[in-house]
Design a binder for this molecule. Structure first.
Ligand code: FAD
Ligand code: UDP
Length: 426
């Protein structure tokens, strides 16, 4: 053994050191494995993916059950798509697009509050339509400004009723919108954006996709109305660092789990990558939508009046987000990100439609049949989940693990060692 120190990984976007990474097949990995469980040389859990899904479970298992955990990610950083970092100009950015935390769950908010303080933040979005920037979700001001009207909330309800194209049944993402606000507003705000974002017509997508964006008859211009809306005060990456700072958790970056899965002893796997890849696409590829993120830093304090401006009908990008609105940072420069949706690239969005769900069910059945692997997260359960939903899913998975252990206690590394010691003594 050479005793070589782990190298620091670098974020590909900002170049900053993120986290000491263990090298594949290196002495440090072998040492970590043996440190994890002296005598037994292994980990209780191999966790694939250091995003919310994998990190929450790593934290819970290590802290509450004293399990030895190896957390592996093929990227050079922790945090998954929620990772943030400072760019070359010192502006805090989200390399994988703007991430705004919002939840109605006190349990989820309180859990994350163990690892971060918060900065209250209410996200606001404008849509660039007919040469104007108007509030989105569509509200009373949107309609009055777009049509030069002076409606009250009450009048807007009747106005919407008069333009809505009532549907007997809602089958897809077109129906749900035209049923509520009619075809003209649907064409202005939803049709073009959705075609860009998903590469298909709204009529080809589940209703749940466009139903994420409500319509309001009041003047509330917040994008979300959840009880808890806030950003981690020092960023997501800092929050993840604190979550994972436990002696039972070893982190291995720049590593596809397949490179080490047969090298390191482990008892149970938690998998948060794409589920079809886990099964070598044996039932065919599940579609995931990707995005090309174009980051720019500008020598000006502000670029746009709100966190995000959507462009439903023009340009190849769907939206531009300016990070300083979201993070509250003060800086002479400002950094923005343009989102260009695309088919190829990292998988970011499951594509909600019936045939994809049917294909996912085949993989889900395979997953259910595996006793020693737990599937969690947006890619592994093929669900269009926000961050809080993924945290909730992981906390629920942890509760199930605790329950199973009470029913058929899985020997932890320590308890196995205790048993051996007892045996030796008797
Ligand atoms: P991920 O964050 O994708 O983590 C999975 C990890 O697994 C990745 O780091 C990946 O590298 C790793 N991995 C995959 N395969 C392997 C392998 N073979 N070996 C090793 N590692 C592997 N949610 C909100 O609540 N608010 C928002 O404002 C918001 N904005 C978003 C904007 C965009 C553009 C996108 C794409 C998503 C947004 N989300 C938002 C959703 C949020 O990103 C997800 O809910 C959350 O990050 C999912 O966490 P996860 O752990 O399931 O997955
Ligand atoms: N959407 C739209 N126009 C908009 C904003 C959203 O048509 O200006 C539709 C689009 O299909 C999008 C979906 O609503 O994918 C959900 O929007 P959301 O802002 O929740 O998307 P995300 O932040 O998850 O990308």
């Amino acid at each position: 053994m050479s005793g070589k120190q782990p190298r620091a990984a670098r974020c590909p976007l900002c170049g900053s050191n993120i986290e000491p990474a263990m090298e594949k097949r290196s002495d440090s990995l072998i040492q970590a494995a043996s440190r994890a469980d002296p005598g037994l040389q292994g980990f209780d859990y191999l966790i694939v993916g250091a995003g919310f899904a994998g990190s929450v479970l790593a934290e819970r298992l290590a802290r509450e059950l004293d399990c030895k955990v190896l957390l592996v990610d093929k990227r050079p950083h922790i945090g998954g798509n929620a990772h943030d970092c400072y760019d070359d100009h010192g502006v805090l950015v989200h390399p994988y697009g703007p991430h705004i935390f919002h939840t109605n769950s006190a349990e989820i908010f309180e859990y994350l509050s163990r690892f971060t303080q918060w900065r209250p933040y209410q996200h606001r979005v404008l849509a660039s339509v007919d040469g104007q920037r108007v509030p989105l979700p569509i509200n009373l001001d949107t309609i009055n400004r777009l049509y030069g009207l002076n409606l009250t909330s009450f009048e807007m309800e009747s106005w919407l009723d008069s333009v809505a194209e009532k549907k007997a049944e809602i089958h897809n993402s077109e129906d749900v919108i035209v049923n509520k606000i009619g075809r003209e507003l649907y064409n202005k705000f939803f049709r073009g954006y959705t075609r860009k974002q998903w590469g298909m017509d709204p009529s080809e997508l589940d209703a749940s996709v466009t139903a994420r964006v409500p319509t309001r008859t009041n003047r509330d211009d917040r994008y979300f109305t959840d009880t808890y809306q806030a950003m981690p005060l020092h960023g997501y990456t800092r929050m993840f660092e604190r979550m994972l700072a436990h002696p039972n958790i070893k982190i291995m970056l720049n590593t596809d789990y397949r490179e080490i899965v047969d090298l390191v002893p482990w008892k149970h796997m938690v998998y948060s990558g794409p589920i079809d890849a886990f099964f070598n696409h044996k039932h065919g590829k599940l579609p995931y939508r990707s995005i090309r993120f174009e980051h720019r830093t500008l020598a000006q304090e502000e670029f746009q009046p709100v966190g995000t401006v959507n462009y439903p009908n023009d340009y190849g990008y769907t939206r531009i987000s300016e990070f300083k609105h979201i993070t509250g940072q003060r800086h002479a420069h400002t950094s923005v990100v343009y989102e260009y949706p695309c088919a190829e690239g990292d998988p970011y969005y499951p594509v909600p439609r019936a045939d994809n769900t049917a294909l996912y069910r085949l993989y889900e059945a395979e997953a259910d049949a595996l006793d020693n692997v737990t599937f969690v997260g947006r890619l592994a359960t093929y669900k269009y989940y926000n961050m809080d939903q993924v945290v909730g899913q992981s906390l629920a998975a942890f509760k199930r693990i605790c329950q199973q252990r009470r029913e058929t206690p899985m020997p932890t590394a320590t308890s196995m060692l205790d048993a051996v010691t007892q045996e030796c003594r008797s």
